[in-house]
Design a protein around this ligand. Structure first.
Ligand SMILES: [Zn+2]
Length: 310
């Protein structure tokens, strides 16, 4: 399987939307999309989207709500799709009016189709960025939203600073040595939860350098080989997870400050612990699970999901 298809299996990665980035600067074209008879509007409130009451589908409304900021998401299923961000007062009112239900992204990922869950993640990430960049970072004047919601320009003509949606790259990696994998747990996690190591990339650092640095910082393990696996948008609030697999050049664990524990799980130990509930993995649609899933498949020829559900 290539990287494209691996990434499409991860949460929030499988949107069928055509973003039409080449037309966003054209205000007349955006208006024609907005006014088209088959255009659709989804509603955002904080980190939630409005779904039908059964929570099985994203509510797509045929008309925009007046005087609410509208963001062009792209072309989807043959029509233009927009998102509108509501205040708390409007959120309650419209949920009642449309018999809808507000659900957060993590819940949405388990109830909606991969396509609709990815649209929600996209819309929430843009809305969050707009909310956090209402003022210019250079001069403090109000920002103007442009390009269908995908660009901010400072309203102070003498400044004119332009801001684009922020994305924070982060690495996540499965470290392997012989038939063992390295998993760690953070202090705040539920008991028995262990996962792959992860961390943000710093300015002036390659993503590969970040893999080496974070694994050494958190577990004291040196790496000798790393390979890219897949990526996953992670809008909490603005990460892009870049997944890797790595081989360890050393095995002695020295815990850093961020982890409560880290340990090597040999294949037999891993299998037994997952089976009897002593080891709880991340949700199946996460990139952390995908990294472990592929390792387990290689080692045993078996599906990790079947082991988890036994
Ligand atoms: Zn400015």
């Amino acid at each position: 399987m290539d990287h494209y298809h691996r990434s499409a299996q991860n949460w929030f990665s499988a949107s069928q939307i055509d973003r039409r980035t080449e037309r966003r600067h054209d205000q007349d074209w955006l208006q024609s999309q907005h006014d088209a008879v088959n255009s659709a509007f989804i509603l955002i409130h904080q980190r939630c989207c409005l779904l039908n009451v059964e929570a099985t589908a994203l509510l797509q409304l045929p008309c925009a709500i007046d005087n609410i900021q509208t963001c062009y998401l792209g072309s989807h299923a043959g029509h233009a799709l927009f998102a509108q961000t509501l205040s708390a007062e409007h959120a309650n009112q419209h949920a009642a009016h449309h018999s809808g239900r507000w659900l957060d992204l993590r819940t949405i990922a388990t109830t909606l189709s991969a396509d609709e869950a990815a649209i929600c993640a996209y819309a929430v990430a843009i809305a969050n960025w707009q909310q956090q960049h209402r003022y210019c970072g250079c001069c403090g004047s109000a920002n103007l939203i442009q390009h269908g919601g995908h660009r901010m320009t400072c309203s102070n003509a003498a400044c004119g600073h332009i801001t684009f949606p922020r994305i924070d790259p982060a690495m996540i990696t499965l470290v392997q040595h012989e038939d063992a994998i390295l998993l760690g747990r953070q202090h705040s996690w539920p008991e028995r939860r262990y996962s792959t190591l992860a961390g943000f990339v710093e300015p002036g650092e390659s993503i590969e350098d970040a893999v080496h640095r974070k694994v050494q910082e958190e577990a004291g393990i040196l790496l000798q080989e790393i390979h890219y696996h897949s990526s996953q948008p992670w809008p909490f609030p603005a990460s892009l997870m870049l997944g890797f697999r790595a081989c360890a050049a050393s095995t002695r664990i020295v815990l850093g400050a961020e982890l409560q524990d880290a340990r090597w799980w040999r294949l037999s130990d891993f299998e037994q612990s997952v089976r009897n509930g002593d080891l709880l993995l991340s949700m199946p649609q996460s990139i952390a699970f995908a990294l472990i899933r592929d390792w387990y498949q290689e080692q045993t020829g078996q599906a990790l999901l079947e082991l988890v559900h036994k």
